[in-house]
Design a protein around this ligand. Sequence first.
Ligand code: IPE
Ligand code: IPE
Ligand code: MG
Length: 249
Amino acid sequence: MEYKSLSEYTKQDYKNIPRHVAIIMDGNGRWANKQGKMRILGHKEGFKAVKKAIKFSIINNLKVLTLYAFSSENWNRPLLEIESLMELFSFSLDSEIKNFKKYNIQFKVIGDITYFNKKLQNSICNAEQKTVNNSGLILNIAANYGGRWDIIQSVKKIIKKVQKGILDANKITENTLSQYLSTSKFLPVDLVIRTGGEKRISNFLLWQIAYSELYFTDVLWPDFNQYIFQDAIKSFASRERRFGGFKKY
Ligand code: IPE
Ligand code: IPE
Ligand code: MG
């Protein structure tokens, strides 16, 4: 991963740049199919697009980039594809760790990683620990993640506090639930991008995107690049966020 060749990018200068962008990276399989290749080759090509998205985020000073890599429903896929995805995740992590240091990236994973093999779990914990003090881009990977899972795990933590008498059930607010979500340490999600043409959320961040802006593109994830990311940022910059309020004319 080389971030130095800035020349191919035009630095953005919009007033409303999102701070936290979350991406549903969809379309790897269809990309591969179109080329007559195996699905896993689409995922491999998708990893190149991940690097482009990270590079763009750093150059444009985004604070958090959350990438949906594996949903809690993706276990429904053939075992071979799942195993190949895990291997790709493991390999990519081990090969990119040096760049996290070099580019001051803080690496995080959200999702139930206890389902993964021990080696991958160790690589994840190791990468998180080694980058915890980095102050640049937060690269947050959603792996074995589900929005419903996230809400349930938050509720379970809250119930424990109530049972221990630390928390009064009558004092539970929206803020309490947010505090125990896996994203609690991050800035709010400003923009969700989905590639691959589907117009759905597929159990990604549910609670967190109540007021996020949504951007859908037909581009398949392996074809994603800085220009498409730029279009999404442009679209975001032109929107008026009202959060239920109103605009004075
Ligand atoms: C997204 O691409 C990547 C993952 C879900 C891991 P898909 O594999 O869903 O690609 P399509 O949607 O079948 O084209
Ligand atoms: C969403 O893509 C999950 C990820 C990108 C990781 P899917 O391909 O799993 O979503 P559906 O099945 O089309 O809703
Ligand atoms: Mg898909």
